[in-house]
Design a protein around this ligand. Structure first.
Ligand SMILES: Cc1cc2nc3c(=O)[nH]c(=O)nc-3n(C[C@H](O)[C@H](O)[C@H](O)COP(=O)(O)OP(=O)(O)OC[C@H]3O[C@@H](n4cnc5c(N)ncnc54)[C@H](O)[C@@H]3O)c2cc1C
Length: 502
């Protein structure tokens, strides 16, 4: 049994990943329902791919608004503008604007479909652990489980009970946001950064007619006093929010064109911190999402990072509790996910400290990738692996999408990879015999897809070239869609052994 504490996007994703692999799981939540105020408002491209694989993308696509790029204005003049990069290898080129509570409701429903209910109104209080189990104290119950995963947010009680430090800093700034309807002459499906006289206004469309989320720093006052106790103050602050008039006046000055704000749905202040857990695991307790890392929402990344933590951890925990592989596999969770959080903390910290200067996170990402948001560039190459710094698709890279032809028509690679376990793409040469390969794949529990004569067709060798295959090749793909190992077909035993176990 696995116990998940916290039913935010991270905990819900992890619960689904375990439940769809038939791993017994409980998920507890101290609130009585999904939060009413949605903090995050954007689903990144990589998260959309993950939602497709988890069969939860349909509703977000129907309700969300694709954000087709970002425009930067300085002193009222547009200085930069991005367009989505459409490619067969990445099916979701736009960030999808959608509120966090809609995403959470979608995940709660999918979990119910898998016959797991969130236990609302149930609070984690404390824990003790030994080599074999964790004993958790909940209100009204003591429970013994194999692993406990902290998905209980920035102020994680689990992290404290496990004695894992959360070093970092609190910013002495007060940010403000407003979710409002906007009337102006600029497109409603792009995001914007406006800079003027050391001030910045950010605007992201949300999935409601004419609505944007607007945000800025220290709208009303100067530096804000930081926290004086060890509480992590990361989120909404209820005291003295600005009003619509203040936002209207500020927006008018910043955008330098006619703009009218109406129908405020949410106007509030928020504080943020920048912290990273010293370790993502202590014995049988693991941390994920905001319990492991918090940073500024600049770049719209926190919720997405938590979902991707959970997606990385879910299949590994499942394999370990089913005793398919030794518990050492769990070490790769921190090894792969913590450096990514470290990088995002650095980027967002630079953006917060230079909020008034032109190098926002959006701008940094645009300079690097020429697109405003992706999270497709995250990879799990390890520094010590062969050719880690080289070009071409390698172990640890995200397996790209593509198309192959079956007698029924075009099939996307992501459709082939859907499921819960390892997949392998085999690209045979002209006279390769595949009998032994099929037997090896069966033995390792790997679903084999042959791209070649008599099987899936690869017109113009497009997929072959995407996957960087020469004469022949075998690509082993992990259950979370990253390349586990690759080689020639005569190296199949080595490649498939990366599945682990016997
Ligand atoms: C103003 C703002 C804007 C943001 N915008 C974006 C954005 O656009 N894009 C983005 O990706 N991210 C954004 N974020 C970040 C995003 O909201 C968080 O990263 C995300 O909510 C983290 O998800 P989580 O599940 O890890 O934690 P949370 O969402 O915090 O969920 C933790 C859950 O644990 C529960 N819990 C806590 N303690 C206990 C306990 N003792 N027992 C039981 N349950 C407990 C809580 O009630 C909560 O439901 C924003 C954040 C802020 C503050």
């Amino acid at each position: 049994m696995i116990l998940i504490v916290g039913a935010g996007p991270t905990g819900l994703t992890l619960a689904i990943e375990l439940a769809r692999r038939q791993v017994p799981v409980r998920i507890i939540e101290k609130s009585n329902q999904v939060a009413q105020r949605g903090r995050a408002v954007g689903v990144q491209s990589r998260t959309q791919e993950i939602f497709e694989a988890m069969s939860v993308l349909q509703l977000p696509i129907r309700l969300g608004l694709p954000v087709v790029g970002e425009s930067h204005f300085v002193d009222g003049k547009m200085v930069r503008s991005t367009q989505p990069v459409v490619s067969n290898t990445a099916p979701y080129p736009n960030m999808l604007a959608l509120e966090q509570n809609v995403i959470e409701k979608t995940l709660v429903q999918q979990l119910l479909n898998l016959r797991v209910s969130v236990e609302w109104n149930r609070r984690f209080l404390g824990l003790e652990q030994n080599e074999n189990s964790v004993v958790a104290q909940l209100d009204g119950e003591t429970v013994e489980v194999d692993y406990l995963v902290a998905c209980d947010g920035a102020n994680s009680a689990v992290r404290r009970a496990a004695g894992i430090a959360f070093p970092g800093k609190a910013y002495p700034y007060l940010f403000s946001l407003a979710d409002v309807a906007v009337e102006w002459d600029l497109p409603l499906d792009r995001s914007y950064i406006f800079r003027r006289q050391q001030k910045t206004l950010g605007m992201l469309p949300v999935a409601r007619p004419n609505q944007f989320r607007m945000w800025t720093k220290d709208l009303r006052s100067g530096p804000h006093s930081g926290p004086s106790d060890d509480e992590v103050r990361h989120g909404f602050v209820d005291e003295q929010p600005p009003d619509l008039g203040e936002f209207q006046e500020f927006a008018g000055q910043m955008v330098g064109r006619n703009i009218t704000l109406t129908s405020p749905r949410l106007i509030c202040n928020y504080q943020i911190e920048c912290r990273l857990a010293e370790s993502y695991r202590k014995g049988r307790v693991l941390l994920a999402g905001d319990a492991a890392h918090v940073h500024a929402p600049t770049g719209f990344q926190g919720m997405n990072m938590g979902i991707q933590d959970a997606y990385n951890l879910g299949w590994k925990l499942a394999r370990v509790v089913r005793q398919q592989v030794p518990a050492e596999l769990l070490e790769t969770y921190q090894k792969e996910r913590r450096p990514i959080a470290q990088e995002v903390l650095l980027q967002t910290d630079e953006a917060v400290e230079n909020f008034e200067t032109p190098r926002s996170v959006g701008q940094q990402l645009m300079e690097q990738y020429n697109v405003p948001w992706w999270q497709l560039e995250f990879h799990y190459r390890s520094a010590d692996q062969d050719g880690a710094g080289g070009k071409g698709l390698q172990s640890g890279d995200r397996a790209p999408d593509g198309e192959v032809l079956s007698p029924q028509g075009l099939v996307r690679v992501f459709q082939l990879l859907r499921g819960q376990e390892y997949n392998a793409l085999a690209f045979p040469g002209s006279d390769t015999s595949l009998r032994q390969l099929h037997a090896l794949a069966r033995h390792r529990g790997v679903k084999l897809h042959v791209i070649g004569p008599g099987n899936y067709q690869d017109p113009n060798d497009t997929l072959r070239s995407t996957y960087g295959v020469g004469e022949d090749g075998l690509i082993l793909i992990r259950p979370d869609g990253y390349v586990a190992a690759r080689g020639r077909l005569d190296e199949a035993a080595r490649v498939l052994a990366a599945v682990g176990g016997n």
